[in-house]
Design a protein around this ligand. Structure first.
Ligand code: BES
Ligand code: ZN
Length: 453
């Protein structure tokens, strides 16, 4: 059987897709990203679309479209074929790029984020074309290979191809279902702003006995800087951090409370996170803190001796990697500038603070009650059998705000990942029923969106 042919076993096709170690953050995997893009090109071509691979300064972008019928609406389906690194490898029951099916789930890096989800859409389009010979809307697939590193080349690509990408709306499955694996429309995602601090002190590592007490220790300084980000109530202390935050509407607080109940309260979230106690900003529920409030997080911190035993050293430098998760209407550049000013003001004499900024993207919100929002909700309901919950999710897809800016259209987030999919962690998995439900959902969605003109 042709592994990328039409009408093959959906799970076999997903397995082939998952075998590529398409890790965008590790340069040695560039050839795997290229092969994965080719696999997609073949697949999209085999189902009857016109596909092309576009090279960029980073990973290639795969575009595919159905013949353009001006009488029909156009739906752009966005997804990504790159994945997060599988590390720590010791956490995996079986190797991350050798997909394994067990207990109704397929396990592999990328199963949920985002290969299973985008493939469900491709297979939905394939089935409709096979069954009906034509689609109810014009389709454009835009599948990139750099989402997990902040889509550094996609904005330029969008600008260059804006005419070819003209559409009425964007549909994306790159988020999770609601609590209890219930269907959900995600109407808001947080934005992100990343920065790395390098704290430099003495010209070389020093003997901590001979120099300790005489010079500032970079590891201590980095710890102080990181600790200065929050007060003991979990509020971020950077001046102006909350200034632009859009307050929660009463209906949103009510929706969050319903969700909290559906989620089984804090206990279920503790279980998912593997913690015995939750923590965060006072005055907001856990669901609100995750979806609707901005945060400052330390993603990595280090410096000094990391080996076995004691080494009496005063390190010459130390680092911290930070990300801020943002909500509407915070501006990532403004937040990064405010953070930099706040951190510099606390840096003691004799220490050089080097700051580099990383990927950023504004938060995104769409209206779940718009005509297309209602069409999306109907497709979820029919495919999964329950009235979809309305979610604000805490993760980010930084390109959403850019899609709005450049193409002028809204994005609707129809997440298919099971909440316990272990996204970005070892043993990432996707429930097979979600994957197959996603294929059904795509078919209904395109039908509904076709009517919504
Ligand atoms: N699919 C996720 C985003 C997501 C997951 C949103 C679950 C909501 C619920 C996406 O692939 C992702 O991980 N994005 C990164 C972006 C970053 C690397 C710029 C993120 O949120 O950390
Ligand atoms: Zn991800």
């Amino acid at each position: 059987m042709d592994p990328v042919g039409i009408g093959g076993d959906p799970l076999e096709e997903l397995k082939s897709f998952l075998r590529f170690p398409s890790i965008s953050t590790q340069p040695e995997h560039a050839p795997d990203l290229a092969s994965c893009a080719e696999w997609l090109w073949e697949k999209l071509t085999a189902i009857g679309l016109t596909a092309a691979i576009h090279s960029t300064p980073g990973s290639p972008v795969v575009l595919a479209s159905s013949p353009h019928d001006p009488a029909k609406r156009t739906v752009l389906i966005y997804g990504h074929y790159d994945v997060q690194p599988p590390e720590p490898l010791a956490g995996w029951t079986t190797p991350p790029f050798e997909p394994r099916i067990e207990n109704g789930r397929i396990h592999a890096r990328g199963a949920a984020d985002n290969k299973g989800q985008i493939l469900a859409h491709i297979l939905g389009v394939s089935e409709t074309l096979r069954e009906k010979g034509a689609l109810p809307v014009n389709i454009i697939f835009l599948i990139e290979g750099e989402e997990e590193i902040g889509s550094p080349n996609l904005e330029a690509f969008l600008r260059e191809h804006r005419e070819e990408l003209a559409c009425d709306l964007v549909a994306i499955s790159d988020t999770a279902m609601g609590p209890g694996n219930k269907a959900a429309l995600t109407y808001a995602l947080r934005g992100i702003a990343a920065m790395e601090l390098l704290v430099r002190g003495p010209a070389r590592d020093l003997h901590s006995g001979l120099f300790g007490g005489a010079v500032a220790n970079p590891a201590t300084v980095v710890a102080r800087l990181v600790a200065s980000l929050h007060d003991t109530d979990g509020r971020v202390l950077i001046p102006g951090f909350y200034d632009a935050v859009r307050p929660l509407e009463p209906w949103e607080r009510a929706a969050a409370a319903d969700l909290e109940k559906a989620a089984g309260g804090d206990d279920a979230i503790k279980e998912l996170a593997g913690v015995i106690e939750l923590s965060g900003e006072k005055g907001f529920t856990t669901i609100e803190r995750i979806g609707a409030r901005p945060t400052a997080e330390v993603n990595g911190i280090g410096g000094g001796y990391q080996g076995e035993g004691t080494k009496t050293v005063l390190p010459k430098e130390a680092f911290a990697k930070l990300t801020f998760r943002l909500v509407a209407d915070q501006n990532p550049a403004v937040i990064l500038a405010a953070a930099e000013e706040y951190l510099r003001a606390q840096t003691p004499p004799g220490i050089l603070l080097e700051i580099t900024t990383g990927h950023s993207g504004a938060a995104y919100q769409s209206d779940p009650n718009s005509t297309d929002g209602l069409a999306a909700r109907k497709a979820l309901k029919e495919a999964f059998g329950t009235e979809p919950l309305l979610l604000r999710d805490g993760g980010s897809i930084p390109i959403l705000a850019t899609l709005k800016e450049i193409l002028g259209v809204d994005s609707y987030l129809l997440g298919l990942a099971n909440p316990d999919c272990r996204i970005h962690s070892p043993n990432e998995n996707m429930l097979i029923e979600n994957f197959l439900g996603g294929i059904r959902m795509n078919k209904i969605l395109l039908e509904e969106l076709g009517k919504a003109s």
